[in-house]
Design a protein around this ligand. Structure first.
Ligand code: KG4
Ligand code: ZN
Length: 349
């Protein structure tokens, strides 16, 4: 198996890692969250500049901490889509430059493929086929992972992503950014049964609900209405109970769809990925439900749920092992469906 140095700069983390045999040799994650917090969200231009400031130091540190030399590195990878274009460019340019100077193959990686393969870090024996529940700030999808690079999207959100819902609800509860971790912490002190909230069902034209698609914007509006109502009636606002009730709705919604999908497609493993995979409510609900349906559920280690470069290295190593190499002319893309991921690699002769 290949040893890869990987770079992730698609949003607000400047991350570099070295991964060998599905194990992390080093992982540097420099979060810009404190910088963006004053604006209430990520400012793209600020993110690019910040990546540029520290990327070289992060690369040097990753090599030192892994105690490896360039001779021991088989390939150099960077997230090239989807994400903030200016931010992606910093990582991709750094990786291509290193690939030229060190004469190594360059592997462009789809960010969501990274979130899927983060599961290899906790379960190195995992192999497709399996179902992936991807729940991040920008995506909520159920992906049938047939092989490395071969994916089918079976379900997705019709509007807000799960992480986005956490961030928006946190904002309306005046809890700051990013919302997921704060709501998760508060929810543990609250009573989830206090308020009944919708579970994001999506109606189908022929009647009934879509079995795998979800919608979180209605849930967010329901929380807004609840807050407006409660503000007239109670002081202080029962923030912990609202957080717990909201978190339970999201966890139940995702659990119901993931289990139905795994069972319908005969898949016995669900591998969860993305920032919301760190959520304690989702971990609890999904693990409990899966055990009653004989489905195995995997979560990446907590620190590899949110954005990091080790997951990008895992995905890149899978591609490099299959001789999937990117041309140095590869650009960055703000959007790219996971199903088109093989566009990033040259065809084998
Ligand atoms: O995967 P990620 O780091 O970045 C994207 O690719 O989007 O996910 C970030 C998202 C944010 O929306 C954040 O609020 C959410 O993941 N998040 C959580 C938790 N930790 C991060 N949501 C719920 N519970 C958490 N513990
Ligand atoms: Zn991510």
């Amino acid at each position: 198996m290949s040893t890869v140095l990987s770079i992730e700069t698609s949003c607000d983390e400047t991350a570099v890692a070295i991964v060998k045999n599905r194990q992390v040799c080093s992982s540097i994650v420099n979060s810009q969250i404190p910088i963006h917090q004053q604006y209430g969200g990520v400012v793209p231009e600020v993110a690019s500049r910040q990546h540029l400031e520290i990327i070289n130091q992060a690369i040097a540190l990753a090599l030192t901490q892994a105690n490896l030399t360039w001779q021991e590195i088989d390939g150099i990878a960077a997230t090239c889509a989807p994400g903030l274009v200016g931010a992606l460019l910093v990582g991709v340019t750094a990786a291509k430059t290193l690939a030229i100077v060190q004469q190594k193959p360059f592997i462009g990686v789809h960010h969501l493929e990274g979130h899927i393969y983060a599961n290899y870090l906790s379960e190195p024996s995992l192999e497709p086929p399996f179902l992936s529940l991807l729940v991040s700030g920008g995506h909520t999808s159920l992906i049938y992972v047939k092989d490395c690079g071969v994916y089918e999207t079976l379900g997705e959100t019709r509007d807000d992503a799960a992480g986005e819902a956490f961030d928006k609800v946190a904002r309306l509860l005046k809890l700051g950014y990013p919302g997921g971790p704060v709501i998760d912490k508060l929810a543990q002190e609250g009573n989830a049964k206090t308020f009944g909230l919708p579970e994001g069902n999506v109606s189908q034209p022929g009647g009934g609900y879509h079995p795998y698609d979800s919608s979180f914007s209605g849930l967010k509006t329901a929380v807004l209405r609840l807050v407006q109502q409660l503000e007239k009636e109670v002081q202080p606002l029962p923030v912990a109970d609202i957080a717990a009730s909201f978190q339970k709705s999201v966890a139940r919604s995702l659990t119901k769809r993931a289990i139905a999908c795994a069972r319908d497609y005969g898949l016995t493993t669900i591998a969860v990925g993305g920032g919301v995979a760190a959520n304690s409510g989702l971990r609890h609900h999904l693990t409990t439900a899966a055990s009653t349906h004989n489905v195995r559920v995997l979560f990446p280690p907590l620190k590899f749920c949110t954005d990091n470069a080790a997951m990008i290295g895992c995905a890149a190593a899978e591609h490099l092992d299959r001789a999937h190499i990117s041309p140095l002319t590869l650009g960055v893309q703000s959007r790219l469906p996971l199903t088109n991921v093989m566009q990033l690699y040259q065809k084998k002769d």
